[in-house]
Design a protein. Structure first.
Length: 277
C-alpha cells in the first residue's frame, strides 16, 4: 500500500503516495503562440572544439535545400557563432514582448545572443540562471512561425544550458558530435548518459575532423589519430550518422558569412534519421 504524504516530513515530488508522483507536472516552457515548431533537435557535445556549430549549420542547410522550413536556436550563449556563419550582423527586432528571428539568405531563421548585444565582440558575462533564462526566452518569446525542424546548437558539456533545453523544450532527439581522439569514449558517454537521464532519445553520433583528404592523391590522412567511433557506437547501440573530413572550403564559407551556400554530403545518414522522426 502506498504511503500517505505528510507535507511536514517528505518531499511531495518524491513521495510514492503523492498525486504529483502519479501525474508529474511538465517543466516544459510554452511555445510562443505565433510559432508552430514541429520537431526540436539538439546538437550536443561532451567537450568544446569538436565543430558542433558546423554540424548544426550543415544539418540546417541540407534540410533547407530539401524544402523544409528550418531554424537554428543558438543556445551557446557565451560562445555564439551561428550568425556570423550566415552573414547576419544586425540586431534582432522586437516589440518588448516578442522577438523576431533573423532570416538568412536561404530562409533559415536564427536566434542568437549575438543579435541582442551591443556588438559582436561584446562578451556575455552572465551567471548560469540568467543564461538558462535567456535560452527559455528564445523558445517562448521568439516568433519562429512555421518551422519543420528547429536545431538547437548547445554549448559543450552537461551544464545549466543543456539541462534547461532538455527540461524546457520538447526535444525529440539529439545528435552527439565528437572527434577522433582517445578521450572520445568518455566524452560521448557523458552526453549519452545525460540524454538517458533526461529521457531524450539519441539519434546517433557524428564524427567531425575524421580525416583530411590529400588534394593531390586523394589519400585520407588521420590528423587526429585513428577513429574509434564505430566501436563506441556499437557499444552504445547507436548509429554513426556521418564521418566528416576537414575541408578548408567549409571554413572559408563560414568566415565569409556564406555558410548557407554549402551542402555537406557527409551527413546524409543524419538527414535520413531526421526525416524518420
Amino acid at each position: 500500500m502506498a504511503k500517505e504524504c505528510d507535507s511536514k516530513t517528505c518531499d511531495k515530488s518524491s513521495c510514492e503516495g503523492c498525486a504529483s508522483k502519479k501525474n508529474p507536472q511538465s517543466m516544459q516552457a510554452a511555445m510562443n503562440a505565433m510559432s508552430n515548431v514541429k520537431h526540436v533537435i539538439g546538437i550536443v557535445s561532451g567537450k568544446g572544439g569538436v565543430g558542433k556549430s558546423f554540424v548544426t549549420a550543415s544539418l540546417a542547410n541540407r534540410m533547407a535545400k530539401k524544402g523544409y522550413k528550418v531554424g537554428i536556436l543558438d543556445a551557446d550563449i557565451t560562445g555564439p557563432s551561428i550568425p556570423k556563419m550566415y552573414g547576419i550582423h544586425g540586431k534582432a527586432v522586437g516589440d518588448g514582448k516578442e522577438i523576431l528571428p533573423a532570416v538568412a539568405e536561404d530562409g533559415t531563421r536564427i536566434m542568437s545572443v549575438n543579435l541582442l548585444v551591443d556588438t559582436e565582440e561584446t562578451p556575455v558575462v552572465w551567471r548560469g540562471p540568467v543564461v538558462a533564462g535567456v535560452v527559455k526566452q528564445f523558445w517562448s518569446d521568439v516568433v519562429w512561425g512555421d518551422i519543420d525542424y528547429l536545431f538547437v546548437d548547445m554549448p559543450p558539456g552537461t551544464g545549466d544550458v543543456p539541462l534547461t533545453v532538455f527540461q524546457s523544450l520538447p526535444v525529440e532527439g539529439i545528435i552527439i558530435v565528437t572527434s577522433p581522439q582517445e578521450l572520445v569514449q568518455m566524452i560521448v558517454k557523458k552526453a549519452y548518459n545525460m540524454a538517458g537521464m533526461m529521457n531524450v532519445p539519441v539519434l546517433g553520433i557524428v564524427e567531425n575532423y575524421s580525416y583530411l583528404k590529400c588534394p593531390d592523391c586523394g589519400k585520407e590522412i588521420s590528423l587526429f589519430g585513428e577513429s574509434h567511433i564505430d566501436e563506441i557506437a556499437a557499444d552504445l547501440d547507436l548509429s554513426v550518422l556521418g564521418k566528416l573530413p576537414l575541408d578548408p572550403a567549409y571554413a572559408k564559407a563560414a568566415d565569409a558569412g556564406q555558410f548557407y551556400t554549402m551542402d555537406n554530403p557527409y551527413i546524409a545518414k543524419a538527414i535520413e534519421a531526421l526525416e524518420q522522426i
